[in-house]
Write a protein that binds this ligand. Structure first.
Ligand SMILES: Nc1ncnc2c1ncn2[C@@H]1O[C@H](COP(=O)(O)OP(=O)(O)OP(=O)(O)O)[C@@H](O)[C@H]1O
Ligand SMILES: [Mg+2]
Length: 350
């Protein structure tokens, strides 16, 4: 297992930096996701770890030794690219054998390893096909198999599931994570799919504009987002703003444009100050209208099978997004009581 330490990594392609003084340590055997919108520098970061791209400044070290000048092929990395990058003139088996032959693995072991890995990615019957004879999803699985079969010290994956259908994508999440745990390999996984990052990772690194906005366990990122930007990117969120009326301990009584709430945490806000609170839609429930509490009117309802998605307009016009189980449903136009699970309120920084 290898520790990857990145310090002040910076890269620009002419204009401003696309990776901007990025520092991050990935522990032995850890599975870390880089999560962020298109163009935020995820692939560029991965390519620098792999050695396909030189940094302008900063250091990348594997187990304490600087690899900045080590060529890509000597870094012992398995990589799965956004666009597969399979060798088109080689069969599946030859694609997998290539890296093993380079490493002078005996032929018998090559055959065993290839058979085992292809079985894992459910392509055992396609060893003699060429990439052009495979579907996109199958090519992606070959690319994954090719990265794993060499048993590298670090596994880098760049949107490896982007081209798979929804069901296979979910299976592959579990599958990749299983293999990663079994092999115990340090892994950096790039995605802009928050569900993927949250479900697979030990730790998620949220990036915007070449910088890290927040690093944490999936539940930290989701339940305790540092900023509005993180909260909005990682899942859906209501950001409700109010003024702190009284504070006690870490919490306080907050006046909102459509009611009040007892927030268990208000961050650094003091009485009289404005506070922005994140509230996930699934922490909002709708009840038949009652005399007390928040009141609203259902603006829209979208049935999603396991959950129903509501937009509810409050008296002042604020629209609250609620996601509830479909047990009780409210019609658009209905007056409802709106209940927020106060324990799920989280104060946001700017
Ligand atoms: N070789 C290059 N020359 C010039 N600009 C580049 C080059 N490679 C990347 N960029 C730019 O750097 C920025 C970051 O690109 P990068 O590919 O790292 O983004 P990303 O986070 O992987 O995005 P996506 O989710 O779309 O794959 C983008 O604005 C991109 O246009
Ligand atoms: Mg990319």
């Amino acid at each position: 297992m290898t520790e990857v330490r990145i310090s002040h990594l910076t890269k620009s392609f002419g204009a401003g930096p696309v990776v901007d003084a990025l520092s991050l340590t990935i522990g032995h055997g850890e599975f870390v996701s880089l999560l962020g919108p298109s163009g935020c520098g995820k692939t560029t970061t991965l390519r620098m770890i792999a050695g396909f791209e030189d940094a302008d400044s900063g250091v990348i070290a594997f187990d304490g030794s600087d690899v900045s000048r080590v060529p890509a092929e000597k870094r012992d990395i398995g990589m799965v690219f956004q666009n597969y990058a399979l060798f088109p003139h080689m069969t599946v088996a030859q694609n997998l054998a290539f890296g093993l032959e380079m490493r002078k693995i005996p032929a018998a072991e090559i055959r065993t390893r290839i058979a085992r890995v292809l079985d894992m990615v459910q392509l055992g019957t396609m060893t003699e096909r060429y990439p052009s004879q495979l579907s996109g999803g199958q090519q992606q699985r070959v690319a994954l198999a090719r990265a794993i079969v060499i048993e590298p010290r670090i596994l880098l994956l760049d949107e490896p599931l982007a081209n798979l259908d929804a069901k296979l994508r979910e299976e592959m999440r579990v599958f990749i994570r299983d293999i990663q745990r079994r092999v115990g390999i340090t892994t950096v996984y790039v995605t802009h799919d928050q569900a993927e990052a949250l479900s697979m990772s030990d730790r998620v690194v949220v990036m915007f504009g070449g910088r890290i906005a927040q690093t944490g366990a999936p539940a930290d990122i989701y339940d305790r987002p540092a900023t509005r930007q993180v909260a909005g990117f990682v899942g859906q969120v209501n950001v409700i703003e109010g003024v702190v009326e009284t504070a006690s301990g870490e919490g306080g009584h907050v006046r909102l444009p459509f009611g009040t709430i007892e927030a268990p945490r208000i961050g650094a806000a003091t009485p009289g100050a404005r506070v922005a609170l994140a509230l996930r839609p699934e922490a909002v429930s709708l009840v038949p209208p009652a005399g007390a509490g928040w009141q609203g009117r259902v603006v829209s309802r979208h049935y999603g099978g396991n959950l129903v998605d509501y937009r509810v307009a409050m008296a002042d016009g604020t629209v609250i997004h609620a996601q509830t189980f479909p047990t009780t449903q409210f019609e658009p136009g209905a007056e409802v009581g709106v209940h927020a699970d106060a324990a799920r309120l989280w104060p946001l920084g700017d």
